[in-house]
Design a binder for this molecule. Structure first.
Ligand SMILES: Nc1nc2c(ncn2[C@@H]2O[C@H](COP(=O)(O)OP(=O)(O)OP(=O)(O)O)[C@@H](O)[C@H]2O)c(=O)[nH]1
Length: 376
């Protein structure tokens, strides 16, 4: 698993845990309301049948278990808002209505629960969604009043309309404030994303060559120090191949710098693909291919003996030589010279690189398009 996907999984687990905690908090509110109404019922301040009370208790349990299960089974991730805030708010409103219906004497106090329900959505929902929730609460409350007036054969009291108007006014204000909070969160989120992208770009630029996309000299130097330390601790093989395109100055002079750049890109890609395809038994997949500068490339090959590195360099030389360059006239070919070295016991990687460079110089002196190996 890559570091990125590990981070994503950790972040997802963290969010799911938070969502589950929010459901448990809501369950606490359900329990509190149920207990308060039960006590009022026992003291006969209000009159609700215990059958209905039991049904409401069981429903509350079922609702909260369902939400927890939806989160644990990751069913919630299929929705645009994986926190399922709107369904949770709507269901809580529906659940609370029968209690309000019977709690005639304490209805104004009981209506406070709507603020509590709204508080759950304040940091999650946008202005429109909060207004929708306020509308739903008003609609259900009016439906309850109409039902009550019908069953009790009484007109809706003026006091109820007052309660409803104050409730609506407060919820609408909260919806607008909540909308502002939502907008700020969105801005913060997009800035956070832009910052994360910029950081990614900066760290890529620090370790990669802008022209070819290969690792850069700085990355190579770090890798060499790392491999040197590993080699000191565990021994084994560590080799390096240095590659320099032949007569690149002539190519630049003949076709211009832009074509030269494109040839460098194509050569880099060819080296990368050939290295990836190379199936040397001893070669570990933590090799590094870097643009060392100009038309010079370096391959650091951990766990690779000198002969393996030489075979690898030979394949790279052939591949470059056979490369059909898209930017040059048909049939044009490039060649490159290679120097190879394996680290000696107690030697620094910079010294090994110097010996590889000396071998490369020999290849150049001997007529180019050649691989030369430094003596161990
Ligand atoms: N287009 C382009 N050219 C570059 C870049 N970096 C270095 N060069 C050119 O690469 C050429 C290297 O020339 P030299 O070091 O003389 O080597 P050469 O002509 O390849 O000759 P040998 O190495 O001896 O075979 C110079 O002309 C540089 O300007 C680059 O990023 N883009």
């Amino acid at each position: 698993m890559t570091t990125n996907s590990t981070n994503d999984t950790a972040r997802l687990n963290q969010s799911q845990l938070l969502r589950e905690r929010r459901v448990l908090m809501a369950a606490g509110v359900y329990l509190f309301c149920w207990v308060v109404v039960a006590v009022l019922n026992l003291r006969e301040h209000i009159h609700i049948s215990w059958t209905l009370m039991s049904a409401l208790g069981a429903t509350a349990l079922l609702i909260n278990i369902s939400f927890v299960q939806a989160i644990r089974r990751q069913y919630n991730l299929r929705f645009e808002d994986p926190s399922l805030t709107q369904p949770q708010m709507a269901i809580a409103t529906l659940w609370g209505l029968p209690l309000l219906y019977y709690a005639v004497n304490v209805r104004a106090e009981g209506m406070m629960v709507f603020f509590c329900i709204f508080a759950f959505g304040m940091f999650r929902l946008n202005r429109r969604q909060l207004l929708q929730q306020a509308g739903l609460i008003a609609l259900l409350y009016v439906a309850m009043l109409v039902f009550e007036s019908y069953t009790r054969q009484q007109p809706i009291a003026a006091q109820e309309w007052m309660r409803l108007s104050f409730l609506m006014m407060t919820l609408i204000v909260i919806a607008f404030l909540g909308g502002e909070i939502y907008d700020m969160r969105q801005k913060l989120h997009s800035r956070h994303l832009a910052l994360a992208r910029a950081n990614q770009l900066i760290s890529r630029q620090a370790t990669h060559d802008a022209l070819t996309g290969l690792h850069n000299r700085h990355f190579l130097m770090d890798a060499m120090l790392r491999e040197e330390a590993r080699h000191k601790r565990h021994g084994g093989h560590l080799s390096v191949v240095i590659c320099d395109l032949d007569h690149f100055k002539l190519l630049n002079d003949r076709y211009g710098h832009l074509v030269g750049d494109e040839v460098l890109r194509e050569a880099a890609q060819c080296l990368q693909e050939t290295l990836r395809r190379t199936d040397l038994v001893s070669m570990a997949d933590d090799h590094v291919l870097a643009r060392f500068g100009g038309e010079e490339f370096v391959m650091l090959l951990p766990e690779t003996p000198l002969e393996g590195a030489r075979i690898c360099a030979e394949r790279l030389r052939k591949a470059l030589n056979e490369l059909q360059l898209k930017t040059l006239p048909a049939g044009s070919r490039i060649t490159a010279s290679f120097g190879v070295a394996e680290i000696r016991p107690g030697e620094h990687t910079s010294e090994m690189l110097q010996r590889a460079d000396d071998a490369l110089y020999e290849a150049k002196a001997a007529g180019r398009n050649d691989v030369r190996v430094a003596l161990v």
